[in-house]
Ligand binder design. Structure first.
Ligand SMILES: [Zn+2]
Length: 264
């Protein structure tokens, strides 16, 4: 093949890769509302009187302090854990479960899925699931991808494995370098029924010490939930209350009927 043919081949290769990348990112695209319908996940839970408190990226070194604060307030939460963090200190995940909290799957190595091949994404999910289930002895039920960003592979694999995909309705960006406890509390604001609050109990993938600011903000966030007349609880408890994540949908089928969720 001549020089021009090679050029065309390269051009074609780049085009295919571009289309592949666009397809892979599809679950995150809004596409004038269509994406949210086709790739609906749980961001807010309708018809409940509680607020879900969720922690990503751990379990890390601050875990005991978070568990103590939650215990003092009589609150149970959901921890979306990272496989490599669990393997580094499996006892921490056992502590989370022993304290009555819920465990969800975040990832194995906290890599951005759009930078990985579909096979690498599937391997990451497989390892995380094995680590979590071996440690807790319970099947994974909830899934939240790193950065809240799905790839096509993780989207369908989560459905195939029967995991309910969960993002959030309130994100105070507690991981940021300029976050402060006051700022985090203010960004959460006055919680409403069905809200899902995103927090981080580990700084492993953000700014050193970030979890200390989250920890300092946590009692006031829990107070705000109580002051709104709402109960702070794990995501799974609200899903059960709303009847979401059971039955033929969400488990085997990739697409979920939009009316089930008030997308936030
Ligand atoms: Zn994360």
């Amino acid at each position: 093949m001549g020089v021009h043919g090679e050029g065309r081949k390269r051009g074609l290769g780049a085009g295919v890769r571009r289309v592949g990348r666009a397809l892979n990112a599809l679950p995150n695209r809004d596409m004038m509302g269509l994406g949210r319908r086709l790739f609906a996940d749980v961001r807010r839970i309708p018809g409940v009187n509680g607020v879900a408190v969720t922690f990503d990226d751990g379990p890390g070194e601050g875990l005991d302090a978070f568990l103590t604060t939650l215990d003092r307030a009589g609150v149970r939460a959901t921890f979306f854990v990272v496989g490599e963090q669990v393997r580094a200190a499996p006892g921490r995940l056992t502590e989370i479960v022993a304290a009555g909290h819920e465990v969800g799957l975040h990832c194995d190595r906290h890599l951005h899925q759009l930078s990985l091949t579909p096979w690498a994404v599937l391997e990451d999910l497989r390892r995380a699931q094995a680590t979590i289930e071996d440690t807790t002895g319970k099947p994974v039920r909830l899934y939240r991808p790193p950065y809240g960003c799905y790839s096509l592979a993780s989207w369908f694999e989560a459905g195939r494995r029967g995991w309910t995909r969960v993002r959030w309705s309130r994100d105070p960006q507690d991981w940021a370098a300029d976050a402060t406890p006051d700022g985090i509390v203010a960004a959460v604001g006055r919680p409403e029924p069905g809200d899902i609050i995103l927090l981080h109990d580990s700084d492993r993938y953000s700014v050193p010490g970030a979890w200390r600011r989250t920890l300092a903000a946590l009692p006031r966030i829990l107070d705000a939930i109580a002051a709104a007349g709402l109960t702070a609880c794990p995501v799974g408890a609200l899903l059960d209350q709303a009847g979401i994540g059971r039955g033929p949908w969400s488990a085997r089928v990739g697409f979920t009927p939009e009316r089930l969720y008030r997308l936030g």
